[in-house]
Ligand binder design. Structure first.
Ligand code: GLN
Length: 202
């Protein structure tokens, strides 16, 4: 039985790293920023934050983290991608740049910047599988999930407006992803679900 708190990293190449570290630290885990392979080695789980996925994958290459990240994901490390992080974890993307690569792991097709320019940032309440009350979801130039493989569980969909029914949160084994930003605000229930996933995987 483990006696110490798990170490959960936040990929710290770009994006909203600090907010995730804050949410995780509040849940009693050892939360660390990850910029080097040695830091990744210490992690029992990893959050890939929102930001800009085209920049993030290039920086992952520059910092020689791309292959180590792929290897840890293939070896079953739990990971939670939010927004750009969801794009990074997707096996397939549409609307990416010509040279854009993803780490992959989630058997989903994600459309970048899916909600269109007029409504590129918006908020709404959604039911989220495993949580008794709705979450308040903040979308910022967000992707949506266009297609899911057989092993993927849908955790949340947009509930109102033109995009109603679109999939915005998924889980497949130790991997979770949301189109929106659960690190904005003070509701840490989705981070707690991820911490539980990390604890279960150990
Ligand atoms: N549009 C961004 C991308 O494609 C994601 C936006 C976000 O993470 N808030 O990477």
């Amino acid at each position: 039985m483990r006696t110490s708190a798990p170490t959960i990293g936040v990929l710290a190449l770009q994006g909203d790293v600090r907010e995730h570290l804050h949410a995780l630290a509040g849940l009693g885990v050892d939360a660390i920023g990850v910029r080097r392979p040695a830091e990744l080695d210490r992690c029992d789980g990893l959050v890939i934050p929102g930001g800009e996925s085209t920049t993030m994958f290039k920086l992952a290459r520059t910092f020689e983290l791309f292959e180590p990240l792929q290897k840890r994901l293939q070896d079953g490390m739990p990971a939670f991608g939010t927004c750009a992080g969801m794009i990074m974890l997707a096996d397939r993307i549409t609307g990416g740049t010509a040279d854009q690569e993803t780490l992959g792991g989630l058997d989903i097709t994600v459309r970048r910047n899916a909600f269109g320019r007029q409504v590129d940032s918006f908020e709404g309440d959604l039911a989220f599988a495993g949580l008794p009350d709705p979450v308040h979801a903040v979308f910022i130039r967000a992707p949506w999930v266009e297609q899911v493989g057989a092993g993927v569980e849908v955790l949340a969909r947009v509930e109102a407006g033109e995009a109603a029914g679109r999939i915005v949160a998924v889980r497949q084994g130790p991997l979770m992803a949301t189109s929106f930003h659960p690190e904005v605000g003070s509701d840490v229930r989705i981070h707690r679900l991820f911490v539980d996933l990390v604890l279960q995987t150990q």
